[in-house]
Design a protein around this ligand. Structure first.
Ligand code: NAP
Ligand code: MG
Length: 489
C-alpha cells in the first residue's frame, strides 16, 4: 500500500510535470518520462518529462530569442516579476515545503525554512535590479572621459543539485533575471518538482515567454553538453560536486564560456578551549545536522580543543541520540532519509573505515532497517587523521570529533584539504577569532555560529570549492558584463 496520503497526492497533481520551453509546457520529444521517488519509502511519487538533447536545444533557442527584449525590459519591471514570485513563494511556503520533503526527504520544518530562504533571493535581487550602474570619470589627463556600462551576459544555463532543490535555483535565477539574462534550468533528476513549481510561479509572476525555461532529464550529460557547445549560450552556473564541476569547466573551455562554480566542501568546525561549550554544541548541531548532513556547508570535521573535547563530544552525542529519525512529513521527524541507497552506502563505508582505523562510535553508526534510506545520527571520537571521512564530504548525519592542542596545529589541519568553502570557528577571544579568520583558506566563515546562509551575503568558495559568489551585492555581477567606452570630448 502506498504511503502517500490523499492530500500529498492532490498536491503532487497540481505541480507541472512537463518541460517549460518558450512559455509552453510540453512533453519531451519522444514522450519519455522519468520517475521521481520519495527517499523515505522508495516509492515513485510521479513521472516528469525526460528531455532529449533536441529539447535542450529548443530551450536554448527560446532563451536566445527572448534575450534581447528581456535585457531591455525596464529594470523596475524585471524586479517586480521577481518580487511577485517572492510573494507567491512565501504565501505558499507550506505546500512548497511539503513538496520538497516528498521529493528530497528533509523534514517539513527544514523544507519550509529552505522555501523562505530561497524566496529571499528573489526579493533581494528584485531590489538589486534597479541598482545596476556604471561610471563616468574624467580621465587623469583631463581631456577624455571614462564611461562604463553594465550589460546582461546573455542566455545562461543553470545546473543544480538535489540537496537544496529550491534555493540552489533562486540563487541563480534571481540575479540572472534581475540583470536581464534569460535562463535554461536543469534541476537534479531526483528533485525536479520544486523547480517545476518555481518555474510556474515565475511564469505567473510575469516572466515573459522564453525568459525561464526548465528541462528535466535522466541523462544530464546528454542535455548539458550540446548547450555548452552552442555559441548562443553565454554563461554556465553550476552547483554540485567538484568532480562534475571540473568536467563542466573542461567542456566550457572550447567556447571560453563564462562559468560560476559552487562545488563541494569539507568544512572544519573549530572549537577553542575558551568557547562556550553549550553554544558550540548548538552550533555543531546546526552545522552538521541541517539537511540531514547533506549540505556543501556541513561541518565535516569537528576539531575541539583537548581540554573540552570529551565534554563536547558527550553533549553532542546525547543530543544526537535523542533525535527522531523518520519520514520528513512526521511531526516529530528531526532527521529524514538520505537521498538514495548509494549515498547511504557511502556514509556507512566512511563510518566503518574510521572505526577500523580506531575511531570510537559514541552514538549511532548504522543504517536504519526498513523502507527508505535512513541512517542513525552518529558521533565518532578519537578519529585518526588517516580516516577517509576527514578527506571526503560525508554528506550524512555523522559528526567526527578530533581533539587538538594548539592554534597552529588546528589551522594547519583545517586547511589540509583541496576544498575551501566554509569553516566554523567558536571562541570568545576576539584577537584569536580575527587571527584565525584571516588564516583559514575558505570563502566563508561562521564565527560563533553554525549557519552562514543569508541572501544578503556573498556565498561561495575558494580552492576546489569553486569560484563566483551567489547572493549579496556580488551576486548580480556574475550576470553582468562591463563595457568600457573611451570618450574623446
Ligand atoms: P552532482 O552529482 O555533481 O550533480 C549536480 C547536478 O549536475 C545535477 O543536476 C546532476 O544531474 C548534474 N550532472 C551530473 N553529472 C553531470 C554531467 N556529466 N554533465 C552535466 N550535468 C551533470 O552533485 P549532487 O550529488 O547532486 O549534489 C551534491 C554536491 O553538490 C556536493 O558535492 C555538494 O557539496 C555540492 N553542493 C555545493 C553547493 C555550493 O554552493 N557550493 C551547494 C549545494 C551542493 P543528475 O541529477 O541527473 O545527476
Ligand atoms: Mg548526483
Amino acid at each position: 500500500m502506498s504511503t502517500v496520503t490523499t492530500s500529498e497526492q492532490s498536491l503532487l497533481e497540481t505541480i507541472p510535470n512537463q518541460l517549460l520551453i518558450g512559455g509552453a509546457w510540453r512533453d519531451a520529444s519522444g514522450g519519455a518520462t522519468l520517475a521521481v521517488e520519495d527517499p523515505a519509502t522508495g516509492e515513485t511519487l510521479v513521472q516528469v518529462a525526460d528531455a532529449t538533447p533536441e529539447d535542450a536545444l529548443a530551450a536554448l533557442a527560446a532563451a536566445d530569442e527572448a534575450q534581447a527584449a528581456w535585457g531591455q525590459h525596464p529594470p523596475r519591471e524585471r524586479g517586480e516579476v521577481l518580487r511577485r514570485a517572492f510573494e507567491e513563494m512565501t504565501a505558499r511556503a507550506d505546500e512548497l515545503a511539503l513538496l520538497m520533503t516528498l521529493e528530497m526527504g528533509k523534514n517539513v520544518a527544514e523544507a519550509r525554512a529552505e522555501v523562505l530562504y530561497a524566496a529571499e533571493f528573489l526579493r533581494w535581487f528584485s531590489e538589486e535590479a534597479v541598482r545596476i550602474h556604471g561610471r563616468y570619470m574624467t580621465a587623469a589627463s583631463g581631456v577624455g572621459r571614462v564611461l562604463t556600462m553594465k550589460q546582461p551576459v546573455g542566455p545562461c544555463l543553470f545546473v543544480t543539485p538535489w540537496n537544496f532543490p529550491a534555493a540552489m535555483g533562486t540563487r541563480k535565477i534571481g540575479p540572472a533575471l534581475a540583470a536581464g539574462c534569460t535562463v535554461v534550468v536543469k534541476p537534479a533528476q531526483q528533485t525536479p518538482l520544486s523547480m517545476l513549481a518555481l518555474a510556474e510561479i515565475l511564469q505567473r509572476a510575469g516572466a515573459p515567454d522564453g525568459v525561464v525555461n526548465v528541462i528535466t532529464s535522466s541523462s544530464s550529460s546528454s542535455v548539458v553538453k550540446p548547450l555548452l557547445e552552442d555559441p548562443r549560450l553565454r554563461k554556465l552556473s553550476f552547483t554540485g560536486s567538484t568532480e562534475v564541476g571540473r568536467a563542466l569547466i573542461a567542456q566550457a573551455a572550447p567556447q571560453v564560456l563564462r562559468v560560476s562554480m559552487e562545488l563541494g566542501g569539507n568544512a572544519p568546525f573549530i572549537v577553542f578551549g575558551d568557547a562556550d561549550v553549550d553554544a558550540a554544541v548548538e552550533g555543531a548541531i546546526l552545522a552538521k545536522m541541517r539537511n540531514i548532513g547533506e549540505a556543501c556547508t556541513a561541518a565535516n570535521r569537528l576539531y575541539v580543543h583537548e581540554s573540552i573535547a570529551g565534554e563536547f563530544a558527550g553533549k553532542l552525542a546525547e543530543r544526537l541520540a535523542a533525535m527522531t529519525v523518520g519520514r520528513g512529513t512526521d511531526d516529530d521527524s528531526a532527521i529524514g532519509p538520505l537521498i538514495d541507497d548509494k549515498q547511504r552506502q557511502k556514509v556507512a563505508e566512511l563510518v566503518q573505515d574510521a572505526a577500523d582505523k580506531g575511531a570510537k562510535i559514541l552514538t549511532g553508526g548504522s543504517p536504519v532497517d526498513g523502507a527508505g534510506y535512513f541512517f542513525e545520527p552518529t558521533v565518532l571520537t578519537d578519529v585518526p587523521e588517516s580516516a577517509d571521512l576527514l578527506d571526503e564530504e560525508i554528506f550524512g548525519p555523522v559528526a567526527p570529533v578530533i581533539p587538538f592542542s594548539s592554534e597552529d596545529e588546528v589551522v594547519a589541519s583545517a586547511n589540509r584539504t583541496e576544498y575551501g568553502l566554509v569553516a566554523y570557528l567558536f571562541t570568545n577571544d576576539l584577537q584569536r577569532a580575527l587571527r584565525v579568520c584571516e588564516r583559514l583558506q575558505t570563502g566563508m566563515i561562521g564565527l560563533n555560529t553554525g549557519i552562514v546562509s543569508n541572501a544578503q551575503a556573498p556565498f561561495g568558495g575558494v580552492k576546489q570549492s569553486g569560484f563566483g559568489r551567489e547572493g549579496g551585492f556580488e551576486g548580480i555581477e556574475e550576470y553582468l558584463e562591463t563595457k568600457y567606452v573611451a570618450v574623446a570630448l
